[in-house]
Design a protein. Structure first.
Length: 150
């Protein structure tokens, strides 16, 4: 009788996992996340599905942005099953920093950027070196400087 109960209890979960199949996954020899979960919670295979999705998203970004965005939303949803991709990336990469430390990091970044604008390379390098000693990695981009912990 307990087998019947387990079957009844697992039926909604089975339908839920089947809903995760994608058109692009059905075209190739990809294992679905649901199949990986059915296989004694086969985490390596589940992660391989997520990586395949990420690879497909990167390909689609230049061809079909709408489809890439839809697939990215689904990737976040599926990754959530494993507890992944739940936080804002910026906050995650800065995790473990208290307010005083964040204020110091932001002040050093500002000091470095001002020194760079003034072409004071020694001062800019000194600020970067201090941040590096604190375990901070700087990334300069078109939208300014971002940071994360090593």
């Amino acid at each position: 009788m307990s087998r019947l109960g387990n079957c009844w209890d697992n039926a909604p979960m089975e339908r839920w996992f089947r809903s995760f199949k994608y058109e692009w996954m059905q075209e190739g020899d990809y294992i679905t996340l649901g199949q990986a979960m059915d296989d004694d919670f086969n985490t390596p295979n589940a992660l391989s599905v997520l990586f395949e999705m990420a690879r497909e998203i990167n390909k689609l970004k230049t061809e079909d942005t709408e489809k890439a965005n839809g697939l990215a939303a689904r990737l976040r949803e599926l990754a959530g099953i494993l507890g992944l991709l739940q936080q804002d990336p910026e906050k995650f990469l800065q995790a473990g920093s208290d307010d005083d430390e964040v204020a110091k990091i932001e002040a050093l970044i500002k000091q470095r950027n001002e020194a760079r604008a003034a072409k004071d390379w020694a001062a800019a390098d000194a600020a970067r070196n201090e941040l590096t000693a604190m375990g901070i990695v700087l990334e300069d981009g078109p939208n300014g400087t971002t940071w994360r912990k090593q």
